[in-house]
Design a protein around this ligand. Structure first.
Ligand code: ZN
Length: 363
């Protein structure tokens, strides 16, 4: 490039850069104030997460407890108590977590489920766990191992705790629940999924649901996926052993990143979704929640995601889900009025009902 042109290009570049740069005379920020504000916002985020966790645990506990008899032999014993050390949390949140939850280097109780035996026994958030079942515990790993072993039997668990510098002995009898734990994940997507063993709900879904009744319906749907064995069955239907670890049952969009296994895995997907809606509504009603407005949840889902109104791919359309849930809600209401047990209808029971009766022949 000739020298003259190079200078011109350089000038043009400088002019363009100065045209792109902000023109307003911004105030100079005090970096320590920015740091303080970051801490404040992290604390608000922790408090918000904990309030969602409280709600999730309360509703999840009621669902898992009320549907125990429908969960067969998939049961677990739980105290309704979560514990952690500061190192279990993301680094940037540790200070805020220590401030809000009082979780430091020792194993500390930071969450108690409403309805659970730990709360009823008087355990408090901030209690430090010193021993479980008489076995001293110094870290999270030891605590989990001692807790798992103590809970496996379902017998009362002896806990040694420290509160405000005082040592306390407490005995808590675990509750028997449907054996599917529920986790809350920080993610703005409106989603929840089941993986066959556990249930995960996103904070985005917690924000979307407008009542405990709606939250119970979402968790009931996921509980039904696990309890009806859908995940295992989907894996069996998938083709050529494609990787299936990424097969969450996305409740709204049905997003399935596993392209290889999609065709086979989807063979029964719509039916499974419809079944999870149906059985899940029974779970919700059995836990004492009002199911009359649950179909409306799908109208609101449709507004969020208009593409799902008529187009069902892995999941039924939102319109089909609304009508299906309305019919299920009517069926449950009729049973309630007739004083019948709230048990989902099965095809085998229908066949048995309609089978011709064979006359008994006296021998
Ligand atoms: Zn589903």
């Amino acid at each position: 490039m000739p020298k003259k042109c190079a200078v011109l290009a350089c000038c043009l570049c400088a002019m363009l850069l100065s045209a792109c740069a902000p023109q307003a005379n911004l105030p100079v920020l005090d970096t320590s104030r920015v740091g303080e504000e970051a801490k404040k916002q992290q604390e608000l985020a922790v408090r918000d997460y904990m309030s969602k966790l409280d709600r999730m645990d309360r509703v999840g506990w009621a669902l898992r407890s009320a549907n125990l008899e429908l969960c067969g032999d998939v049961v677990s014993y739980r105290l309704g108590m979560s514990y952690a050390v500061a190192g279990d949390f993301p680094k940037e949140y540790r200070e805020a977590l220590q401030g809000v939850l009082k979780v430091g280097d020792r194993v500390t109780v930071y969450q108690l489920a409403a309805g659970g035996p730990a709360l009823a026994a008087g355990i408090q958030k901030g209690d430090v766990l010193l021993a479980v079942g008489g076995k001293p515990v110094a870290n999270k790993k030891e605590t989990k191992a001692a807790m798992d072993s103590a809970l496996a039997k379902g017998t009362p668990v002896q806990l040694t705790l420290e509160r405000a510098g005082e040592r306390r002995e407490m005995t808590v009898t675990p509750a028997k629940l449907c054996g599917y734990d529920i986790a809350l994940k920080q993610n703005t997507m409106i989603n929840a999924f089941a993986d066959g063993k556990n249930i995960t709900i996103y904070t985005g879904m917690m924000k979307f649901v407008q009542s405990d009744d709606e939250l119970a319906a979402i968790l009931g749907h996921e509980l039904a996926h696990n309890n009806q064995g859908h995940i295992k069955a989907k894996q069996g239907n998938a083709l050529l052993g494609a990787l299936l670890l990424d097969l969450p049952v996305a409740i709204l969009t049905g997003v399935n990143p596993n392209v290889g296994g999609r065709i086979g895995a989807n063979a029964y997907s719509q039916e499974f979704e419809a079944e999870a809606d149906y059985v899940g509504l029974y779970f919700t009603a059995r836990a004492g929640y009002d199911i009359s407005n649950v179909p409306d949840l799908w109208r609101r889902m449709a507004v969020e995601n208009p593409g799902a109104i008529t187009m069902g791919s892995t999941h039924p359309s939102t319109s089909a889900r609304f009508v299906g849930l309305e019919a299920a809600a009517a069926e449950i209401e009729n049973k309630r009025k007739a004083g019948q047990a709230l048990i989902p209808e099965t095809k085998s029971a229908q066949v048995a009902k309609s089978a011709p009766k064979v006359a008994e022949t006296p021998q």
